[in-house]
Design a protein around this ligand. Structure first.
Ligand code: GLP
Length: 270
């Protein structure tokens, strides 16, 4: 695992966007795994800037989002499809046909919808880079604590913590879904590379459990310890409960000349 601790949230967003661009430059038809949440909005703003500066084009990129709410339709402004359209897709040149979110319409068997999404990912050649955020309870996607570490795309019931955390985004009286269709933890671990962005003190405990705690279903993000190429990009506040901060910073400074000489692992084929 690579742990990068940066000065502030904007630096985290910037590095996340840069990593995506590096990959697309190397592989213009890259398959991206995308996420929602406020942490990602900041990162998408940098991606849009880089696109406008003509530093990157998404023309041949395919994307698969981590999750989608069940109980509201895709046109609802609260859906993750609407979020992605508003925060990213409408501002870049990605082909809408190549953007995917897990969906489970009324009357569709969720098991069938889940395995269909897995098949779509496989047919696209698998995910090259999965971008992740983290819930204050350690969730990735909507894999809530106690999610199976070998889970695949399926329906999850949100925890009270998640419903409360996300309630800030819903108006009073507005329907807030408590079910979601999410990639599973095994789906996420299948991605060839993974970056998790976390900012703010409210993520500090989850980040600590994910990086320095045991691999445990109680902290789904800890499953990334099993990933060969996972990077945590954190601001100081999100890193504030880590014990080995000095070591991570030392590793980062030792790695910098190596990366300059040989390139980072984003440049490794495969
Ligand atoms: C939602 C999403 C997660 C995301 C989390 C954190 O619950 N399903 O994928 O990581 O929010 O969001 P934020 O960045 O807003 O804290």
């Amino acid at each position: 695992m690579e742990v990068i601790i940066l000065e502030n949230a904007d630096a985290v967003a910037q590095l996340g966007a840069r990593r995506i661009c590096e990959l697309i430059k190397k592989k213009p038809n890259a398959v991206l795994g995308l996420a929602t949440g406020s942490t990602q909005i900041a990162m998408y703003q940098h991606l849009i800037r880089l696109y406008r500066e003509r530093q990157v084009s998404f023309r041949s990129v395919t994307s698969f989002n981590l999750d989608e709410y069940i109980g509201i339709n895709p046109e609802n402004p609260q859906s993750y499809r609407s979020f992605m359209k508003r925060e990213l897709f409408d501002a870049i040149d990605i082909d809408r046909e190549n953007t995917h979110l897990p969906a489970c319409e009324n009357n569709v068997n969720p098991r069938k919808a889940g395995s269909a999404y897995e098949r779509q990912i496989a047919a696209a050649g698998g995910i090259d880079l999965q971008v992740l955020g983290i819930g204050s309870n350690g969730h990735i996607g909507f894999n809530e604590p106690t999610s199976s570490l070998v889970s695949r795309t399926r329906v999850k019931t949100l925890t009270e913590t998640t419903v409360t955390d996300n309630s800030r985004l819903f108006k009073e009286g507005e329907f807030q879904p408590h079910l979601a269709m999410t990639m599973g933890i095994a789906t996420i671990l299948d991605a060839r590379r993974a970056i998790l962005l976390a900012t703010g003190e409210q993520k500090a405990q989850a980040v600590k459990d994910a990086i320095e705690g045991p691999i445990a279903a109680m902290c789904p993000a800890s499953a990334l310890q099993l990933h060969e190429r996972a990077t945590f990009i954190l601001d100081r506040a999100a890193a504030s409960k880590l014990q080995n901060t000095a070591y991570y910073q030392w590793v980062h400074s030792e790695n910098t000349p190596l990366v300059e000489k040989y390139g980072n692992f984003y440049e490794i084929d495969g």
